[in-house]
Design a binder for this molecule. Structure first.
Ligand code: PLP
Length: 378
């Protein structure tokens, strides 16, 4: 098979080899149900406890504030629904118009239960401001949910200030940090958030596992009901191997965070300087303060999907926008919300680089882009 250049790391990442090795014994030897009282379950139980402690340390939480879920989607669904189930009547949720569909579709379903939801407008850089929040929040607001980093344009939100303001009005604060955990420093105590969602496959862990941080004392209903796992709040037999893999992947990423961020940013700078030397009419979307390696550009008069398929033929993997929704070929809600110019919007692609990419990858991608759009671009 030809070597592929994988530059869609905001969609998913390669499994960390240490994580893979750490998972194996829990699939093949210590495969017991961790909730059983016999000795065969001891290893699994111990591994879950250790993984919870490792993950907690990586985000500066306490171990009993980490709840394992099946990933970012479940964590987001739980955070929002769990609060509305406790705060039945008078509350409201405030979110914004550039959230991932895991939040937006959850809000739509919450609205169907006649629970009010308000949507803040992000600015042209994909940033939600405290001023916007201040105009909408009331002392009846139950929860504010603003993502830490956007999955399409990478913009990092001023979570600490937004959270402080929400708290000053008596509201709880949740952040979807799926694109941020393992990529930039995360300290839940410093951010002040009450809940934070994360997903392992975005930080070199396995797919189908994630966690929801819930600050001690936060009143929340369970979302999946059944057994008494996860302190009675999230039922279902523990996915031991994946929990272990997630912890190892996160620990490895967090230990090398500064170096990784520096390296990926240098690849990104190289990409942008090469791109600007080509005769391509493009604009860059998102904020200066963004997840390292997230490059979202719109090329005038082009079709992002055509570019994606042409690059695919050259063994280069990128995205046109939100990768979680392959059937959706419409212009993304994020690009519309931030007001990308009509003549550029359809030609949007997202290149998301990782620590596994090289300078050579960057050169190849820009060269390929120039072959596809360089001359025909008007
Ligand atoms: N939230 C954001 C910001 C995401 O980027 C994604 C996935 O792309 C999700 C939530 C959903 O996460 P998962 O794939 O783990 O369900």
């Amino acid at each position: 098979m030809a070597r592929i250049i994988y530059a869609d790391n905001a969609a998913t990442t390669k499994l960390d080899i240490d994580a893979f090795e750490a998972m194996k014994p829990f699939l093949l030897q210590d495969y017991s149900n961790a909730s059983q009282p016999y000795s065969f379950s001891r290893q699994a139980k111990k591994a879950i406890k250790e993984a919870r402690a490792i993950i907690a340390k990586c985000v500066n939480a306490e171990p009993d504030e980490i709840y394992f879920t099946s990933g970012g989607t479940e964590s987001d669904n739980w955070a929002l629904n769990g609060i509305t189930f406790v705060n039945h009547s008078c509350g409201a949720i405030i979110t914004d118009n550039i959230e991932h569909h895991a939040i937006l579709r959850t809000c739509e379903s919450i609205e169907k239960r006649l629970y009010p939801v308000a949507y803040l407008n992000a600015n042209s850089k994909g940033i939600v401001s405290v001023d916007e929040l201040a105009q909408v929040i009331t002392n009846k607001t139950a929860l504010v949910s603003i993502m830490l980093a956007n999955n399409e344009v990478g913009s990092i939100q001023p979570i600490k200030s937004l959270c402080e303001y929400a708290h000053s009005k008596g509201a709880l604060f949740h952040t979807d940090a799926v694109q941020a955990v393992g990529h930039i420093p995360i300290d839940v105590k410093d951010l002040g958030v009450d809940m934070l969602s994360a997903s392992a496959h975005k930080f070199n862990g396995p797919k189908g596992i994630g966690f929801l941080y819930i600050k001690k004392g936060t009143e929340i209903e369970s979302y999946l009901n059944g057994g008494s796992q996860e302190n009675g709040l999230r039922a279902g037999t523990e996915n031991v191997a994946s929990i272990v893999g997630m912890a190892v992947a996160l620990k490895n990423n967090v230990e090398k965070l500064t170096d990784n961020m520096k390296y990926i940013s240098s690849l990104e700078d190289g990409f942008m300087s090469l791109l600007s030397s080509m005769s391509i009419d493009y604009i860059r979307n998102g904020s200066e303060n963004h997840i390292p390696g997230n490059i979202n550009i719109s090329i005038r008069g082009m079709d992002g999907e055509m570019i994606l398929h042409r690059l695919d033929l050259m063994h280069i993997m990128i995205s046109t926008g939100a990768a979680c929704d392959t059937k959706n070929t419409k212009v993304s809600h994020v690009l519309k919300a931030i007001g990308v110019d009509e003549s550029y919007i359809k030609g949007t692609i997202r290149i998301s680089l990782s620590k596994d990419n090289t300078e050579d990858d960057v050169k190849c991608i820009v060269k390929a882009l120039n072959t596809i759009v360089g001359k025909s671009n008007c």
